[in-house]
Ligand binder design. Structure first.
Ligand code: NAD
Ligand code: WQD
Length: 337
């Protein structure tokens, strides 16, 4: 298949790219390196021994995207490009709406012009907002509590309306839980710029000695050890979910939403313990106040993806930590050092 992968140099997109190349697809990656590095793409070429097309471009540049699509003629678009930092989205809402929402509209317009009828979209469990019940299933109300989450909910609606205009169209809206881990080769992984916002990259910085200690944001939640609980999913399982969704869209029309999670939650302290086991390094931490906007606990009901996509997350938290440690041991400062 001919696949356009936006955000293919980023954390999630790069792991999807490896899977697509291994399966022999023709891929056009579109990325402007807003939050990634060209070195990642070099690692993927070496790792897979495969080539792919690349366009360094902002998805907000509609004429450039349309021109690329009219030449490449994708059968499907996997749309991972976007901005994803919740705190930043509250401070720069217009930048988030422009990149995420306008960028997605541009892609759909370019797809229209090139006759492309299928899209897989990187959505987020963030769209659910405060849990009314757990685990979240896809029928849980959508009520995002921050700008980032609202961009995702808006794009889901826009794609749904776009699909409704033509019976030949189809879309999979994939709501990711907390992706962590790295490719088992250690050649690609998460490489956040600056101080990591997310738990596992921060722990990895502490284990490599780059940062002194982890701040644990609250130990007075109503969870089994008082710290926040999340559904961490191995990045390779997440990437495999996209391959399964692509196959699904091959013989289904319309829009479907799928949770991509494991169905199990782990606490902050459980993740710290797993990382210590995997790395054999100390991970000192201090209990700090709760972080603004955090939810005590959430995890997925992944039954729909299990049943309809024939996909299941299989990799354990220990494997996620071992793979992050392998990546960070090989490349302590990520791609650009
Ligand atoms: P990432 O920042 O590593 O990757 C996003 C990629 O998009 C980067 O390579 C970046 O350079 C590119 N990009 C950003 N703005 C662009 C633009 N205007 N034009 C072209 N390229 C642009 O993030 P990720 O973790 O790989 O996330 C990928 C997608 O999955 C995002 O849409 C994100 O919102 C979503 N998601 C991520 C998580 C997570 O925890 N990582 C969870 C749920 C959903
Ligand atoms: C996990 C747990 C923290 C850092 C965010 C976005 C979400 C999604 C993924 C895109 C929480 C605790 C964290 C630290 C800590 N992205 N923590 N010390 O908040 O579940 O989700 O990233 O869609 O939209 O909100 O992930 O990794 O930041 O936090 O104690 O230094 O770790 O309080 O309980 P989160 P996270």
């Amino acid at each position: 298949m001919r696949i356009c992968l936006t955000g293919g140099a980023g954390y999630i997109g790069s792991h999807i790219l490896v899977g697509l190349l291994e399966d022999g697809h023709d891929v056009l990656v579109v990325d402007n390196f807003a939050n990634s590095s060209p070195t990642c793409l070099q690692h993927i070429r070496q790792l897979t021994g495969k080539s792919f097309e690349f366009l360094e471009e902002d998805i907000c540049n509609q004429p450039a995207i349309s021109a690329a699509f009219s030449t490449f003629r994708p059968d499907i678009v996997i749309h991972c490009a976007g901005l994803k930092a919740v705190g930043e989205s509250q401070k720069q809402p217009l930048r988030y709406y422009r990149t995420n929402v306008e960028g997605s509209i541009n892609l759909l317009e370019a797809m229209d012009q090139a006759g492309c009828q299928r899209i897989i979209f990187s959505s987020s469990a963030t769209v659910y907002g405060t849990p009314r019940y757990l685990p979240y299933d896809e029928a849980h109300p959508v009520a995002p509590a921050n700008v980032y989450g609202r961009t995702k909910a808006m794009i889901e609606d826009i794609i749904t309306d776009w699909v409704a205009t033509d019976p030949g169209r189809s879309a999979a809206l994939l709501r990711y839980f907390n992706p962590v881990g790295a490719h088992e080769s250690g050649e690609i992984g998460e490489d956040p710029k600056g101080i990591p916002n997310n738990l596992v990259p921060y722990i990895a910085d502490v284990a490599t000695g780059m940062r002194a200690e982890l701040s644990v944001f609250g130990n007075d939640y109503e969870t089994r050890d008082g710290t926040g609980v999340r559904d961490y999913i191995h990045i390779t399982d997440l990437a495999d979910g996209h391959i399964a969704a692509m196959a699904y869209l091959g013989d289904h029309q319309g829009v479907e939403v799928f949770n991509l999670g494991t169905g199990e939650g782990s606490s902050v302290l459980e993740v710290v313990a797993a990382f210590r086991r995997a790395s054999n390094q100390p991970v000192p931490y201090e209990i700090k106040p709760r972080r603004d906007g955090d939810i005590a606990e959430f995890f997925a009901n992944p039954a729909k993806a299990n049943d309809r996509l024939g996909w299941q997350a299989t990799r354990t938290l220990d494997a996620m930590c071992a793979d992050v440690w392998r990546w960070r041991s090989k490349y302590p400062r990520g791609f650009d050092v």
